[in-house]
Ligand binder design. Structure first.
Ligand code: SF4
Length: 211
């Protein structure tokens, strides 16, 4: 039995894949098989769009305010399935909030510009930024695309801000306590048309609040 959807607070999360082009030093996947009491998020097989829709259809929708494509992997590795499911959710209920949590490398993963594909299907794209420094980004996130990754992330963020109502860049780790870095990351986010969110440290079982 594999976990295609799971719940955190008032959101239902969709686990499309375990593939990811990064190997972040802070990745939760290296710490636990799941998050906040969820079953294991390691997939035996990637679910089809139909299987995801079936799993979502079995949920008690009175409990949820938001659907988040996240899971134990990079959701844009399965961009076609993500867009198909998100599109059908929004077609059924335009008021439902749909968010994608991503590393921002969709264009490199898919080999083409992709931000415009989210129009009308997604309300918020949350992109893991973590630093304003390209070299530090490489050391922290270890993307398989190498130095091409950081500029591609910034380009995707800028184009996504034109495509969907809300783009949030997130930072975790040092910028939480390094206020100068936090200020630089916020300025970078705002220059791209996004906002910045400082994420608490997480270990998959409890949240470490932002100081
Ligand atoms: S981008 Fe996300 S899933 Fe991929 S290695 Fe980094 S933290 Fe883990």
């Amino acid at each position: 039995m594999q976990t295609i959807v799971y719940q955190i607070k008032d959101a239902v999360y969709v686990n499309l894949t375990n593939r990811c082009p990064c190997a972040c030093t802070f990745c939760l996947r290296t710490k636990a098989p799941g998050v906040y009491g969820s079953p294991s998020l390691w997939l035996e097989r990637e679910p089809s769009a139909g299987e995801v829709q079936e799993a979502l259809g079995a949920q008690d929708w009175t409990r949820f305010r938001e659907v988040v494509f996240c899971g134990y992997g990079e959701p844009t590795e399965r961009l076609d399935v993500l867009l198909e499911v998100a599109g059908s959710l929004k077609a059924r209920d335009p008021s439902l909030r749909v968010r994608v949590n991503t590393n921002g490398l969709s264009d490199l993963v898919n080999g083409r510009p992709t931000a415009a594909l989210f129009v009308g299907k997604v309300d918020c794209i949350s992109i893991s930024l973590n630093t304003d420094d390209p070299d530090e980004y490489l050391a922290l996130c270890r993307p398989k695309f190498g130095p091409a990754a950081f500029p591609a992330l910034l380009r995707f963020a800028r184009e996504a801000a034109q495509a969907v109502p809300e783009v949030v860049l997130t930072v975790v780790g040092e910028p939480v306590t390094d206020l100068a870095k936090q200020t630089r990351c916020r300025a970078l986010a705002e220059s791209l048309g996004a906002t910045l969110r400082v994420r608490p440290f997480e270990n998959g079982t409890r949240l470490f609040p932002v100081p």
